[in-house]
Every structure is written in C-alpha cells, then in structure tokens.
Design a protein around this ligand. Structure first.
Ligand SMILES: [Zn+2]
Ligand SMILES: [Zn+2]
Length: 149
C-alpha cells in the first residue's frame, strides 16, 4: 500500500477528515524521503512555497501521524524534536551531532540481538526501540581539534 492510501485509511480509522492541509502535509513528508525534519522545517517549507498550512495543522497532524506509526520522532531534549517518515524504512538508530545538528543513521543486528536477550531474560515486552547517541560528528570533532592546536 502506498503512503497516500495508508494515510487516508488512517484518517478514516480515527474519524478525521482528509483535509487539504493534511494531504499537503503527507505529500511534503513523502518528498522529504529519508531526511529528518522538525515541525518548524515543515512550517518554513510551506511558507516559502505559499501553501496555506497553519502551524497548528502541522503540529496536530504530526501527532496523528506519530500515533499511527507513519512517522517516527527523535526527541533531542528541550522540547526539540525531529521527525522522519516511517514507511518502508528498516529500523535504525541515530547519531546526533550537538554542534552542527547532523543526524546519521546506523543499524546493528548485534545490538538488536543483545536487546532482545535483555528483554527475554526480564520478560519485558518492548514496543519501541530508540537509541540516540549525542556527541560530535567527525567533521566537528576535527574542527575542534584544529582550533585547540
Ligand atoms: Zn557536526
Ligand atoms: Zn532516521
């Protein structure tokens, strides 16, 4: 099933109308592909292109998409969050640069097996897994070293 029909079905299941604003939102998120974006990035993109999607619609629709598992959220602290489309993506984790904000993805079968083992031993039923490492990307670390020397 494609994104658009997944979304329509999802809106129906929640008794939400498929409004123009919501449809435009989904198109925009699809266009972003595998990129990570903030709610304000979306607001700015709509502004630039003169699309009348209000900030309130952006925030509310993101909450719906999140609840329906169509997007994933990375919490960066201080109420700052990034989102990414969750459709057709393999599970992955994130490295986040605190200096330039670069977000890099990685996946590890070893890590997943390790965590599965932890859950099995504790009979814990995990529903979500999200690992975020905060630090400095290679470029920023290099620049930091250059400045100190
Ligand atoms: Zn960086
Ligand atoms: Zn990601």
């Amino acid at each position: 099933m494609n994104r658009q029909s997944r979304f329509s079905q999802f809106l129906e299941s929640r008794n939400l109308r498929s409004t123009a604003g919501r449809r435009v939102m989904l198109q925009e998120i699809s266009a972003l592909g595998e990129r990570h974006f903030s709610a304000e990035d979306l607001v700015a993109r709509f502004r630039r292109r003169g699309r009348a999607v209000s900030r309130a619609t952006v925030y509310r629709t993101l909450e719906h998409l999140l609840a329906g598992g169509l997007v994933r959220r990375l919490s960066l602290g201080h109420k700052h969050s990034l989102y990414e489309s969750n459709l057709g993506r393999r599970h992955h984790e994130h490295l986040i640069c605190l200096r330039c904000g670069e977000v890099t993805e990685f996946g590890s079968g070893t890590l997943e097996r390790l965590l599965d083992g932890v859950c099995r031993r504790r009979r814990f039923v995990a529903q979500r897994l999200s690992i975020q490492l905060f630090g400095m990307c290679a470029r920023c670390a290099e620049e930091g070293r250059a400045k100190r020397n």
